[in-house]
Design a protein around this ligand. Structure first.
Ligand SMILES: NC(=O)c1ccc[n+]([C@@H]2O[C@H](COP(=O)([O-])OP(=O)(O)OC[C@H]3O[C@@H](n4cnc5c(N)ncnc54)[C@H](O)[C@@H]3O)[C@@H](O)[C@H]2O)c1
Length: 375
């Protein structure tokens, strides 16, 4: 098949303390073998332990000029473009990254105003689920158990409760809301620390599986009042509820947080979609926590960014094959008819000045929308 060469840009991440990179040198090599041309911003892989020389050896052009990288046909990156990057948007650019638009009206408006084609990692679905979100959810879930347990230390402003308790002293109580990928890994980590873990979900089949597999000590269907009674008793609450593409459902209310013991801890991973705990608001890796109603809130939107070596390798493995398809489709004028192309079409959030994803459109009404016909 002869097709035009597509240029792929890999910029350095600019979000606060974000050290991941979307493609490893070996994944870059795969794109180049396919006939594409890759431009890597100098230093893009440094934070994850991939020096410029490895990208150059893989066949990429390593350049200092960020304008050149963003001037490519396709730009692939990890986190949503920051305000300083919006100036790079243009109609003939295809962007492939985490976007989380349901909770980001300003970014959405910048994308809409530019005419760009924007594909979101987190809304790409296959028969197993969300293959580009899952690796980061796995890492964020594992990290949430460790970080949440550490925040309970009195040195961190927590209540001074140790997860596993001691002889004659019961273990700490943890509640995990949303027992998907992130919630499951968080629960496993907490069980590993010998905490008492209650798993909450709206999906009874999922709760049944966790119940029989022993991932948690107890399960609870997601109903506000019932969840509230567990939250009130909890030392640590981890939020990980997701409706793909949509703003996160509010599962825990402010009154329920206010009823928790002072020094208890909340980690809301769902904050990237707006948060599933009413008192949660986005924080950064530089300033990860704040206190509200005496409860420590950890609501960092890029938790895996602090584990860049593992997270970049895991993300790149998932992104690389989909990027190959996306670049091929761009090369052939987006005429892809394969199953993979159809999945990519489902990941498209904004196209030619309109929102084209139904959950994003529902979260952000009053914006130009063009939804695909229901099939
Ligand atoms: N903050 C971060 O750094 C970070 C990193 C990775 C993932 N995340 C986020 O973590 C969240 C979870 O991701 P995931 O991959 O585990 O999703 P997932 O789809 O695997 O699981 C989500 C779970 O939430 C459940 N759910 C939906 N509505 C619910 C409700 N009202 N009450 C209780 N449960 C409900 C679903 O049934 C499902 O089991 C997402 O918002 C994701 O973007 C955040």
């Amino acid at each position: 098949m002869s097709q035009r060469t597509v240029t792929i840009g890999l910029p350095a991440e600019s979000k606060d303390r974000e050290r991941r990179v979307a493609l490893t040198p070996s994944a870059v090599h795969t794109q180049i073998e396919r006939g594409h041309h890759v431009l890597v911003e100098a230093g893009a892989g440094d934070g994850a332990g991939f020096p410029d020389e490895e990208y150059a050896s893989a066949g990429a052009d390593v350049v200092d000029d960020v304008e050149e990288v963003w001037g490519c046909d396709v730009v692939v990156k990890v986190k949503e473009p920051q305000p300083s990057e919006h100036r790079h948007f243009r109609p003939d650019l295809t962007l492939f990254a985490y976007l989380h638009l349901a909770a980001a009206p300003e970014l959405t408006d910048a994308l809409l105003g530019s005419g760009i084609h924007a594909y979101a990692f987190e809304t790409l679905e296959d028969r197993h689920g969300l293959p580009l979100l899952a690796p980061m959810s796995e890492i964020a879930g594992r990290a949430a158990a460790i970080l949440g347990a550490a925040q309970l230390s009195s040195a961190q402003g927590g209540s001074g409760t140790l997860m596993g308790g001691a002889a004659g002293v019961p273990p700490a109580k943890a509640v995990v809301i949303g027992m998907g990928v992130a919630g499951t890994m968080a629960a496993r980590g907490l069980r590993g620390l010998d905490a008492h873990v209650t798993g909450v979900d709206i999906d009874l089949q999922r709760l049944y599986d966790h119940h029989v597999n022993g991932t948690v000590d107890a399960t609870q269907v997601s109903e506000t009042t019932l969840v509230g009674s567990h939250v009130q008793e909890a030392d640590l609450v981890i939020g990980a509820a997701l409706v793909p593409g949509a703003r996160a459902p509010t599962v825990v209310t402010e009154a329920q947080i206010a009823a928790m013991r002072p020094g208890s801890v909340v980690v809301d991973l769902a904050i990237d979609q707006g948060g599933c705990i009413e008192t949660a608001r986005p924080t950064s890796l530089s300033e990860p926590t704040y206190l509200e109603h005496g409860v420590v809130h950890y609501c960092v939107t890029n938790v895996p960014g602090q584990f860049p070596r593992t997270a970049s390798a895991a993300l790149s493995a998932a992104v690389a094959p989909r990027l190959l398809r996306l670049a091929d489709d761009v090369a052939s004028g987006r005429a892809g008819t394969s199953e993979e192309s159809a999945m990519l079409a489902g990941a498209r959030n904004v196209d030619d000045g309109t929102i084209v994803h139904s959950a994003v459109a529902a979260a952000l009404p009053d914006r130009p929308t063009r939804l695909p016909e229901a099939g």
